[in-house]
Design a protein around this ligand. Structure first.
Ligand code: AMP
Length: 284
């Protein structure tokens, strides 16, 4: 596996692949890699000739009171893991390499679908994501780019601007990878204390129970209220518990596939999760 830290170096490394019209797969990460990330890389490996993974903790997607400075940076360990899953090129640029030293005057803002869920508590977050992903897609110019369904809203935002800006890439969503106890893997899980780590899987348990209850006829309002109450009782500070259609539009009742969304803080650690509940199972 090659490691490149500059845009120029990466372009040079990809030159032969591009000339030979190889299928280039790309996975964007902020590092501190776990099985969730590695499954994205495995999927890229399965579908593509050349796999590029970026590790870049992107300052523009963190709010002023968020964990940018403390975000875990474990490049050496990540590099070993990526070699094991046969990544071809690791792109690990500096902030200066990505953003330069001149003032930036361009914003990429996706409307509507960024306005609620994580967009409410994290103003500007999705603008930062849209900006860095656009830059990375322009730099790597992959055929396929792989993103996790764990960040469901982020995936929707990326699909939207890729379509709106005619970026020539196929965006592929990859299912959530979970720990054995159901907790969605996340680099932020490392912030949890031993005690909090035992509590955290409740989020997924509640999502699953709610899915079953919806299929048995409970209303969305009932299950959302109960998730919120159970999380609070377990010691979480709930950010949001919401249901949306798969395209993130609002839904009043369970008469189509819905996605249940949870964002909640355990101590200082903000956890998110989601579960798609298929409507067809109710009637089929
Ligand atoms: P991050 O390093 O948190 O920016 O994540 C990089 C990519 O990995 C994003 O597309 C995430 O959605 C994806 N990802 C992170 N955790 C998981 C997980 N548990 N399952 C699936 N994808 C994930």
């Amino acid at each position: 596996m090659k490691t490149e830290t500059t845009i120029q170096g990466l372009s040079a490394s990809l030159q032969t692949a591009r000339a030979a019209r190889k299928v280039i797969g790309f996975v964007a990460t902020m590092g501190n890699l776990h099985e969730g990330h590695l499954n994205l890389v495995r999927e890229a490996r399965r579908l593509c000739d050349v796999v590029v993974v970026s590790i870049f903790v992107n300052p523009t997607q963190f709010g002023p009171n968020e964990d940018f400075d403390n975000y875990p940076r474990t490049l050496e360990q990540d590099s070993h893991l990526l070699a094991e899953v046969e990544c071809d090129i690791l792109f690990a640029p500096s902030v200066e390499q990505m953003y330069g030293t001149q003032p930036r005057l361009t914003t990429i803002h996706v409307e509507k679908i960024t306005e609620d869920l994580c967009g409410l508590q994290r103003p500007g977050h999705f603008d930062g994501v849209a900006l860095v992903v656009t830059k990375l897609l322009n730099i790597v110019q992959p055929t396929y780019a792989f993103f996790g369904e764990k960040d469901y809203q982020q995936l929707a935002v990326i699909k939207q601007f890729v379509q709106d800006l005619s970026i020539p890439v196929d965006v592929i969503g990859v299912p959530i990878t979970r720990a054995g106890d159901g907790l969605a893997l996340s680099s932020r899980n490392g912030y949890l204390t031993v005690e909090q780590r035992k509590i955290a899987p409740i989020i997924y348990q509640l999502l699953q129970t709610s899915s079953a209850r919806l299929k048995e006829g409970a209303t969305l309002d009932m299950v959302l209220r109960d998730i919120r109450q159970s999380l609070t009782e377990a010691g979480f500070v709930v950010d949001y518990v919401e249901a949306r259609a798969v395209n993130l539009s609002h839904v009043e009742s369970f008469e189509q596939d819905v996605v249940l969304f949870v964002a909640a803080k355990l101590g200082n650690t903000r956890l998110i999760d989601n579960l798609v509940v298929k409507y067809s199972k109710l009637i089929g």
